[in-house]
Design a protein around this ligand. Structure first.
Ligand code: AMP
Ligand code: GLY
Length: 421
């Protein structure tokens, strides 16, 4: 089979790496990919932007692609799946309407409310005056969320009233995130421990993947600004089998049912960001895709044929399917560019990339090839992922390789997976 994977991050590198291991796989094209995907067997990077839908369609038709898998949210929200399906191409991902689960916080919160799914209480604001009035008297901390896609920058957890008012000003008045901030969700601050719960849906059936947790803050001790994720591990010790069942019953199934009620049959990966405490499990967010960096440790642990799984999901044949997982833990450490998640420079040669072994894989997030060199090419640059019999061994394996890799301005957190220690 010929597969097209769309995207260029660590998630896509892991997806491509795992697909290429399948006997069913003849060739994987990646648009646009990175230096890591360029180096995988059976794989070829294609110089097409992930949001250039027309060129991607022309390519898929021309190459007679058998299955297209979309990594990031932007092409999904733009309607890539609708366009490909209209042209009779088999693909895996939610259509434009379904992708609103990530594309619009207001849509997502409304699905949760109507479906009676536990989440933070919230209000929607469409003008700055009434939002300001609300913020003058609400409980603090408080959480402000831009309605539209904002590349991970649309959520502000304000720990003081001044901070909340400043965030409101920057989102709604100064429009720092463009039109994404025209409408706001302002919601209750939730306490607890976060976990990522990712499922694969085929429009009729749903199957949960291995559990995971990521670290969103930039600095050790879960401090500093929010990022796309500085590291992740799987399984999440927090998600016992019992809790897994509870999440499927109280959150995932009711969400899919509420979508169905709106004539939306969700197909593809669905990512629930959860806040868990002794009392309750609540939804913080939904993403319409696989997580990054969660994909890297999750796929390190997958023993089943990933291509066959994706194919079954695309063809609505997930019923009765079981996924086999490696019992070991996997832990991924993101190496990032100085300045991330704000401004950063790219183009620095990376050294020490040859430290992979049976238990460690270096997934590329933002890299490119120039001549003989591999250069940094993004905020998050690499995700070094290790396997181990327990979280500590996975940690040791991942960090051993991480510590040998360097470039000008590289940094990484030293405490991935150490949340409860
Ligand atoms: P989101 O994009 O909605 O997941 O938000 C990004 C991050 O902000 C989450 O992973 C949480 O760490 C934090 N966050 C979002 N909503 C809340 C909330 N209601 N209470 C506490 N933290 C939150
Ligand atoms: N790791 C968080 C995300 O994929 O959105």
């Amino acid at each position: 089979m010929k597969i097209l994977v769309i995207g260029s991050g660590g998630r896509e590198h892991a997806i491509v790496w795992k697909l290429a291991q399948s006997d069913l796989c003849e060739k994987v094209f990646v648009a646009p990919g990175n230096a890591g995907t360029a180096d995988e067997p059976k794989t070829e990077n294609i110089d097409l932007n992930a949001e250039d839908l027309d060129s991607l369609l022309a390519f898929a038709k021309n190459k007679e692609i058998d299955l297209t898998i979309v990594g990031p949210e932007a092409p999904l929200v733009l309607g890539l799946i609708d366009l490909f399906e209209k042209n009779n191409l088999l693909c895996l991902g939610p259509n434009k309407l379904a992708a609103q689960m990530e594309g619009s916080k207001i849509f997502m919160k409304d699905v949760l409310k109507k479906g009676n799914i536990p989440t933070a209480t919230y209000e929607v604001f469409t003008d700055p005056e009434s939002a300001r009035e609300f913020l003058e008297t609400c409980d603090i901390p408080i959480v402000l969320k831009a309605d539209g896609l904002a590349a991970g920058k649309g959520v502000i957890v304000a720990f003081s009233r001044d901070e909340a008012l400043e965030a409101l000003n920057s989102l709604m008045v100064e429009q720092k995130l463009g039109t994404a901030g025209d409408n706001l969700v302002i919601e209750e601050y939730l306490k607890g421990e976060e976990a990522s719960f990712i499922v694969l849906c085929d429009g009729k059936n749903v199957i949960s993947l291995a559990s995971s947790q990521d670290h969103k803050q930039r600095d050790d001790g879960d401090k500093g600004p929010n990022t796309g994720g500085m590291g992740a591990y799987s399984p999440a010790p927090l998600i016992t089998e019992e809790i897994n069942e509870e999440i499927m019953k109280d959150i995932i199934h009711p969400t899919l049912a509420e979508l169905k009620r709106r004539n939306i049959n969700y197909k593809g990966f669905l990512y629930a960001g959860l806040m868990i405490n002794e009392q309750k499990i609540k939804v913080l967010e939904y993403n319409c895709r696989f997580g990054d960096p969660e994909t890297q440790p999750i796929l390190m642990r997958m023993k089943s044929d990933f291509l066959s799984l994706c194919l079954k999901a695309a063809k609505q044949e997930l019923k009765g399917v079981q996924i086999n997982w490696d019992d070991r833990f996997a832990l991924g450490v993101v190496m990032a560019s100085k300045g991330y998640p704000e401004k950063y420079e790219t183009g620095f040669p990376i050294s020490g990339l040859n430290g992979e072994n049976e238990t460690t894989k270096v997934f590329h997030c933002g890299t490119k090839i120039e001549g003989e060199k591999i250069l940094s090419n993004g905020g998050r640059v690499l995700c070094v992922t290790g396997l181990g019999g327990n979280l500590d061994t996975a940690f040791k394996n991942a960090y051993e390789t991480t510590s040998k890799i360097s470039w000008d301005g590289a940094f990484y957190r030293k405490d991935i997976g150490k949340r409860n220690q």
